[in-house]
Design a protein around this ligand. Structure first.
Ligand SMILES: [Zn+2]
Length: 163
């Protein structure tokens, strides 16, 4: 298993000074630690040796687990592992592989809605990312949750534009 914090900290949920610093510096969130802990607790039940968790993004009712490895390792046969994680954290779980192109990763997350593009917009109060999404009824994640989550993911304020 590979988490942004050490495995012992993920397993126990009690942070060593190094991981406590990561929480303090907002490299990881309380929510992510809760999810790491849920995943680590399944280690004895499933083969998670190849599991890689890079980030967990909170979309309100859905948690998106971003992995650099094979998503199947965290989804399990027929979704068994994802379902167990879901039951522990009380949110639906989607596991998505991080793609080198952030646009593709975001497309995966909002699917079946369609991302037309991302523009950087400069306003008086700073830089914004404008996510242009095709107008449709397919957006399953509420807009405010999308904004908050993408703001974390992209490291800036978000404007959603439905075109
Ligand atoms: Zn640690």
């Amino acid at each position: 298993m590979q988490f942004p914090i050490c495995n012992d900290c993920a397993k126990t949920g009690v942070l060593c000074p190094k991981c406590a610093d990561k929480l303090k510096n907002k490299e990881v969130s309380e929510f992510e630690i809760q999810v790491f802990n849920a995943i680590a607790s399944l280690e004895s039940k499933y083969n998670l040796s190849e599991a890689n968790v890079d980030r967990v993004v909170d979309f309100g009712t859905i948690a998106v687990v971003l992995t650099k490895g094979n998503p199947g390792v965290l989804i399990g046969k027929g979704g068994t592992i994802a379902n167990e994680i879901s039951a522990m954290i009380g949110k639906r779980v989607r596991v998505i592989k991080i793609l080198p192109d952030v646009k593709k990763t975001i497309q995966e997350i909002i699917s079946p809605a369609f991302l037309l593009g991302i523009n950087e917009v400069y306003k008086r109060d700073g830089k914004y990312f404008k996510l242009r999404i095709k107008k449709s009824k397919n957006l399953i994640i509420p807009e405010t949750d999308l904004k908050n989550a993408f703001s974390t993911l992209l490291g800036g304020s978000i404007i959603l534009s439905f075109e």
